[in-house]
Design a protein around this ligand. Structure first.
Ligand SMILES: [Fe+2]
Ligand SMILES: [Fe+2]
Length: 353
């Protein structure tokens, strides 16, 4: 059975003689409302997230990199510090593309609501900006682009996280996939949890801590600033994803069975373990006042918060060893990019060293 062809564009199914009612809108499997009509809105949260995203415009090439270039080319960074930076660039460089491709190829056609699609269009653009950031960093620092962009094949701790995500995308792209059965809705929810809660909500967070730790020491501040903007965007992606998941659960309570909840909880636990292994791999020796053991607590703490937000019980009860991360996220909400921008710097394309 082909999936919801009629709902993909709204042309085939909608009775054009009738005007739409907001209350007839559905996040998935909507058969009665034209998906091209944004108004009247039903899911105000989706529109709010869209507006919040639009308020956060930024471009990687507007962030000055000169100080990072000088530091990277000096001999003041230890091999351990270089490893942390490179591993995180390698993970994010392709991780952003995996998220963007999942939105466009796997999620978008199954979301039958125009305000949620409006957000997805915005998010897809932001993922392109994030991928752009890694090209810009690699070019600025003169890094080996093939090394950075191949880490998702070549570095085990990165490969295992990405393989986990790519399987979830492939499950949706499989021929015959449909959200019209309970098993299909569960598969779709697994994809959303895998990307919004796990990829953007857990797998990104060790990297945020490590890179922002440099920034807190006033080192590699250009990369740090880009990670701040990415973190600010990702916070909204996560919030949208959680609202979307909870909305689909509410509209399809039959799919959210106790057994399925257990499966999702176990999936998040598996991701927490993978993220801890990633942190261990990035930090074989403690640097920056960070060591891998602390990350076990941190990733478990983050995992608990994510579980709770989709209505599942916390598993770990670990404390947050990096309370400054919460403060950073609060500050970023207020941060105006143009206030912190250095006015005299060379554009990335013109950088010379
Ligand atoms: Fe992103
Ligand atoms: Fe994202």
């Amino acid at each position: 059975m082909s999936c919801c062809n009629s709902s993909e564009t709204g042309f085939q199914r909608h009775d054009l003689t009738k005007r739409i009612n907001a209350e007839d809108k559905r996040l998935i499997n909507c058969r009665t409302v034209d998906v091209n009509q944004l108004m009247p809105l039903k899911y105000k949260w989706a529109w709010e997230h869209y507006l919040n995203g639009c308020a956060n415009n930024w471009l990687p090439s507007e962030v000055p990199m000169q100080r990072d270039i000088e530091l990277w080319k000096s001999d003041t960074l230890s091999p351990g510090e270089r490893r942390v930076i490179l591993r995180n660039l390698g993970f994010f460089a392709t991780g952003e593309s995996l998220v963007g491709n999942n939105i466009v190829l796997a999620i978008f056609k199954h979301i039958t609501n125009p305000e949620a699609r409006q957000y997805l269009l915005r998010q897809a653009f932001e993922e392109a900006v994030h991928t752009h950031a890694f090209l810009y960093i690699v070019e600025s620092l003169g890094l080996d682009e093939r090394e950075v962009f191949n880490m998702y094949h070549e570095v085990n701790s990165i490969r295992s996280k990405d393989a986990f995500e790519m399987t979830l995308t492939a499950d949706i792209l499989r021929e015959g996939f449909t959200t019209e059965t309970e098993a299909g809705i569960q598969q779709f929810l697994k994809n959303l949890v895998g990307f919004y809660v796990i990829m953007e909500g857990i797998f990104f967070y060790s990297g945020f801590v490590m890179i922002l730790s440099f920034h807190r020491q006033n080192r590699m501040t250009g990369i740090g600033e880009q990670f701040q903007y990415i973190l600010r965007d990702e916070t909204i992606h996560l919030n949208f994803g959680i609202d979307l998941i909870n909305g689909i659960k509410e509209e399809n309570p039959g799919a959210w069975t106790p057994a399925f909840q257990e499966e999702i909880s176990a999936m998040i636990a598996e991701a927490v373990e993978m993220e801890f292994l990633y942190a261990q791999d990035c930090l074989p020796k403690g640097i920056l006042g960070l060591n891998a053991d602390v990350f076990r607590d941190y990733v478990q703490y983050v995992g608990d918060r994510r579980l709770e937000r989709i209505g599942l019980k916390a598993r770990y009860g670990s404390r947050n060893p990096f309370p400054w991360m919460s403060e950073t996220m609060d500050l970023l909400k207020e941060k105006n990019f143009f206030e912190t921008r250095v006015t005299e710097y060379q554009h990335g394309a013109l950088l010379q060293w």
